[in-house]
Ligand binder design. Sequence first.
Ligand code: GLU
Length: 503
Amino acid sequence: MPDTKVRVRFAPSPTGPLHMGGVRTALFNYLFAKKHKGSFILRIEDTDQTRYVPGAEDYILEALEWCGLEFDEKPGYPCGFGPYRQSERKDIYETFAKKLINSGHAYYAFDTPEELDAKRKEYEQDKKVFTYNAQTRGSMRNSLSLPENEVTELLKGDYVIRFKMPDDEVVEEEDLIRGKVAFNTKELDDKVLFKSDGMPTYHLANVVDDHFMKISHVIRGEEWLPSLPLHVLLYRSLGWDSPRFAHLPLILKPTGKGKLSKRDGDKAGFPVFPLQWKDPKTGEVSSGYREEGYFPEAFINMLAMLGWNPGTEQEIFSLDELIELFSLERVNKSGARFDPEKTKWFNQQHLLRKPDFELAVLFNNILHDKNIDASVEFTEKVVALVKERVTFVKDFWEQASFFYVAPEEYDPKIVKKRWKGDVPAFMEELTGKLQDVEEWKADNIKAAVSALIEEKGLGFGLVMNALRLALVGGGFGPDLMTIAELIGKEETIQRINNALEKL
Ligand code: GLU
């Protein structure tokens, strides 16, 4: 690691909700920054006004806050490197576009959208693809092809500034994940750097900002790899050192074929967004991991394993552990397959790692919404008993409602199988025996039940299953005597009486 300070940025465009691939990019930047005691910066790349979606920037901030990825610098942060919103840096970019013109690395182009369209169609007719490059720029309307006086005149109207892509040159760069990557400029076009609306395009703004914000490492998705040669050439043309680059692998569909999209999530019923998102135009609501009940630490852990591994068998990590272990050398080049089932497993594992007290507080909130108020001490005991059986906190209700409310219904199959013959009479007698239990503890309750079973010569299994039916309404739940102990003597007897009445 060179001794320059690590400064990385997450640079989303506010064109909609942040996809989980975007969160992973932010996460890897965050981990890298924290690992090297560097800074993690948020820059909003909002130069494309036509794609701006209201609410998207707030969504991005809220989502990353939920994930626990705190920025060291972001919009609103009073620091020499700001402003952090490109629309507020507008005046900076033109200078550099002009500088590139003066040094011969860029030129003015006056082709109208209609002219460009016609050109494309003309090529299509010959089954060719039109590219604005060294081969074609001479026949287009620009400051390289037109006489100077005409250019001066045309500059009074609309124009764009294009990069003059060198013809047939190899651009090489060392990617920290992929190793050496090479591109031939023959394959590239004269990208627009500055638009007629007075705004830079992504490429120019991105390079200028990374330079002035002293970004040391650009860590971003693989989809930006094709832009790398242009960016490298822009740095060179402007006489600047470029940052180091690392392009993260794609996140693939659960089938492993192709890039994961929102449609995959819609089809298979899993979220692709960290938070729920309501499209401001269509009103369509897309589900989010937060609203589905995932813990942010589980979501983050799952994302960290998409394309990175620690080199050991360990899969469950806290954010601090991830910071400790993270390195770009251990990020894979090949795409990472997303597995929605495994994502649930991550949540379950993180749930099991949480203190019972914390789970109890969370479950009590759910109970409170159902007008059930329980003490944290009591719910702590409940969650300890059933946590192995749940994936989400919301599952506690299904697994443990009987600790709080008597069953209203009884599983008919079990009723048929267990509540028959001598059972009702036994239960009636049992209520009396239970009444006599002095210290209401699981062992004592069990002793009382067992004594009566022995006396009557009934099957232990039969009675226990019938008793479970009376107390929980079905054939599930943790140790029955512990359930009886927790719900209390009165309630246990009451539930047996309820069953006797109803069944
Ligand atoms: N604004 C780009 C995006 O939306 C940033 C790409 C980059 O990190 O250079 O992903």
